[in-house]
Design a protein around this ligand. Structure first.
Ligand SMILES: Nc1ncnc2c1ncn2[C@@H]1O[C@H](COP(=O)(O)OP(=O)(O)OP(=O)(O)O)[C@@H](O)[C@H]1O
Length: 234
């Protein structure tokens, strides 16, 4: 179980997150939906330890993560694919994947091979510099590199931003497979309602740094409710 209780955080002295509460069972997928600037990226960064916890608590499998470094949170099984991917653009695809094997550099070969089974599109690109890949290929590589760290919870920030529908479908298929085969938990920040609705168990609506409601994606009229919440027509 992953739990966030009363989490507040921000930048410098400027508050962004206000008493955020939610929990996630192992193997569950929750989505975060909200208009621009409402605090979704800030929430992922605070969970990853890139921003300080001002108040509240973050717990994973009963252990508090408060005060733990980003590296310690990665070792505790949390993987993060930030918006903009943050790849090593001058390193090759293979080198990027190896850099992701933070938990076990000696087992890197096996881990990289497992990840390439999930993303066969990357196999012919192994020797290419990451910066020379298309946006969609970079997104697959970023997700693959994260999985090389063997996380049991992954935080994904807008994975579909600016990428073509066929790669979005590939990402959805891999995430569904990982949930089924490895009981992976997923926290997904996304603006694409179809993407959220295709994999999430619950959607948390975020407004001004707080979770203001939970949407059940299986409920009738839920997509209309979501569109109204983020202010898009239809
Ligand atoms: N590095 C930073 N320093 C100061 N303020 C920041 C920083 N990053 C974000 N903010 C502010 O924090 C607030 C929340 O931003 P955040 O990026 O978390 O929103 P978001 O919901 O992820 O939006 P988007 O969908 O546009 O990515 C915004 O007011 C933003 O301007």
């Amino acid at each position: 179980m992953f739990e966030v209780k009363g989490l507040s955080s921000g930048y410098g002295r400027v508050p962004v997150l206000r008493e955020v509460d939610f929990s996630l069972a192992q193997g569950e997928c929750i989505g975060f939906l909200g208009r621009n600037g409402m605090g979704k990226t800030t929430l992922l960064r605070a969970i990853m330890g890139e921003l300080p916890t001002w108040s509240g608590e973050i717990r994973k499998a009963g252990q508090s993560l408060n005060g733990k470094s980003t590296q310690a949170r990665a070792r505790a099984g949390i993987g993060y694919v930030p918006q903009g991917k943050q790849l090593f653009k001058l390193l090759t695809v293979e080198e990027n994947l190896r850099m992701g094997c933070v938990k076990n550099f000696r087992g890197a070969e096996v881990k990289v091979a497992q990840v390439l089974d999930l993303f066969p599109r990357l196999v012919p690109l192994l020797d290419r510099q990451a910066g020379m890949l298309s946006g969609g290929e970079q997104q697959l590589l970023a997700l693959g590199r994260c999985l090389c760290g063997d996380p049991d919870l992954i935080l994904l920030d807008e994975p579909t931003e600016g990428i073509q529908p066929s790669i979005c479908d590939e990402i959805i298929d891999v995430l569904i497979q990982l949930r089924k085969e490895r009981n992976l938990s997923i926290m997904l920040v996304e603006q694409d309602i179809d993407f959220l609705w295709s994999i999430c168990d619950h959607i948390l609506a975020v407004d001004k740094g707080s979770v203001v409601k939970t949407i059940d994606p299986k409920a009738e009229g839920s997509t209309e409710q979501a569109k109204a919440f983020i202010g898009i027509e239809g």
